[in-house]
Design a protein around this ligand. Structure first.
Ligand code: 5AD
Ligand code: FES
Length: 350
C-alpha cells in the first residue's frame, strides 16, 4: 500500500515514511526493491555509472566526532597531493575509461581559491570531455562561484543529518546545520549538480531523524544522494558505537529512489565494507553509481574515514575490472559515459 503510493506520487506523509522505514529496515520487502528498480529503469535503464575518486588530502580543520581524519586525530598520517600528482591520477583514470573525476579532501586550508581553481582549470583543459566533481566541504558563495567558473560541474556535500539536535550530537559547536544546508542551496543556485546525503545508523539517529532526512532531500531535490552505513573509526569518540546495518541502508536507498526517481545514487564503499555483497545489494535497491578509487595506492590507507575500508591495497585498474565484473554478475551494465543527471547538460560539457 505505502510502496504503491510512493511509487505513484514520489512522496508520502511523514508518518507514512516512518511506517515504511519501520516495516523495511530489518529486511527490505521484495515489493519495495522491485518498485525502486522499476523506477530507476525508467530513467537510467540498467546502467551503472563509474566515477573515479581522487582523495587528494586528508588534512582537515574540522573535528566531526565520527570521522577518522578529524583534526583531533593525532594518529592520522597526513598527506597532500600536488596538482601534478592529481593530474597523474586523472590520466590513469582516463586510460581506464573514467569520464568523471571526483576530487575529495578534508577541509584543508592549504588549498586556497587560487590553488584550487588552478587544479580545476588544469583538469578542465586536459580533459574537456570529463565531468569534474568536488567534495571539499563548506566554503563561501564566492569560493563556490570560482570553482564553478574554473570548470567544476558537480559538488558533493552530505548534509549528514537534517535534524538540529542530532547534528549537535555528531559535530562540535563551531559547525552548524544551518550553514551546511545554506551551502547546498548556494551550490545549486550557482549551477552545480549537487549531492546531499547522510550516514545510516549514525550514533543517536532515530527513525524520526531519518524521516527528516528524507523530507529534507525531497525539498532540496538534489541531483545526487550519497548514503552509506556509519562505520566506527578507532580514532574517534564513536569508536565503540554500533555500525549501521546493510538492510537499513538498502531499504533507504530504495525509498530514496522512489522519492527522487531521477537521482544519481551511489552504492558506496562503506556499504561494500560492511558486507561482501553490499554494493551489489545497493544496485538491486536502485543505486546506479559506483565510485572506485583512483588515489595512489601509497596514500589509500591514510584516507581512513572509518575502519576496515575496502580496496585500500588495490590499484585503480584492479577495482575498475573487479567492479565491472561484479556489476555484470549482478545483472547490470557498466557505463563509462559522463553520466549527468537525467535530461541535464553541464555548461562545461563539450
Ligand atoms: N562511517 C561512515 N561514513 C563516514 N563518513 C565520515 N566518517 C564516516 C564513518 N565513520 C562519511 C560522511 C562524509 C563522507 C565523505 O564520508 O558522511 O560526508
Ligand atoms: Fe576494489 Fe573490488 S572494487 S577490489
Amino acid at each position: 500500500m505505502l510502496v504503491e503510493k510512493l511509487y505513484e506520487n514520489n512522496e508520502l506523509k511523514p508518518y507514512e515514511l516512518k511506517e515504511l522505514i519501520e516495516e523495511n529496515s530489518a529486511e527490505p520487502s521484495p515489493k519495495l526493491l522491485n518498485a525502486a528498480l522499476s523506477v530507476r529503469k525508467k530513467y537510467y535503464g540498467n546502467g551503472i555509472y563509474f566515477r573515479g575518486l581522487i582523495e587528494f588530502s586528508n588534512y582537515c580543520k574540522n573535528d566531526c566526532y565520527y570521522c577518522g581524519i578529524r583534526r583531533g586525530n593525532v594518529h592520522a598520517h597526513r598527506y597532500r597531493l600536488t596538482k601534478e600528482k592529481i593530474l597523474k591520477c586523472c590520466r590513469n583514470g582516463y586510460r581506464l575509461g573514467f569520464r568523471t573525476f571526483v576530487l575529495q579532501s578534508g577541509e584543508d586550508m592549504y588549498y586556497t581559491d587560487e590553488i584550487m581553481t588552478d587544479i580545476i582549470s588544469s583538469i578542465r583543459r586536459e580533459f574537456p570531455d570529463c565531468a569534474i566533481t568536488l567534495s571539499v566541504g563548506e566554503k563561501s558563495y564566492e569560493t563556490y562561484e570560482r570553482y564553478f567558473q574554473a570548470g567544476a560541474d558537480r559538488y558533493l556535500l552530505r548534509h549528514e543529518t537534517a535534524n538540529e539536535e542530532h547534528y549537535r550530537k555528531l559535530h562540535p559547536k563551531e559547525l552548524s546545520l544551518k550553514n551546511r544546508k545554506q551551502c547546498l542551496y548556494n551550490l545549486k543556485e550557482i549551477g552545480f549538480q549537487i549531492g546531499a546525503g547522510f550516514m545510516v545508523g549514525s550514533p543517536y539517529q532515530t527513525t524520526d531523524n531519518l524521516v527528516e532526512d528524507l523530507l529534507f532531500l525531497k525539498e532540496l531535490n538534489p541531483h545526487m544522494v550519497g548514503i552509506g552505513p556509519f562505520v566506527p573509526s578507532k580514532d574517534t569518540i564513536f569508536a565503540h558505537e554500533k555500525k549501521g546495518t546493510l538492510n537499513m541502508t538498502v531499504a533507504l536507498i530504495a525509498i530514496i529512489r522512489l522519492l527522487l526517481p531521477k537521482a544519481l545514487i551511489p552504492s558506496t564503499t562503506a556499504l561494500g565494507t560492511i558486507h561482501p555483497l553490499g554494493r551489489e545489494k545497493g544496485f538491486k535497491a536502485g543505486a546506479n553509481v559506483v565510485m572506485p578509487n583512483l588515489s595512489p595506492v601509497g596514500v589509500r590507507r591514510d584516507y581512513s574515514l572509518y575502519d576496515n575500508k575496502i580496496c585500500t591495497g588495490e590499484e585503480a585498474a584492479e577495482c575498475r575490472y573487479c567492479l565491472d565484473n561484479r556489476i555484470k554478475v549482478a545483472g547490470f551494465v557498466p557505463d563509462f559515459s559522463r553520466g549527468d543527471y537525467y535530461g541535464m547538460k553541464s555548461v562545461h560539457a563539450l
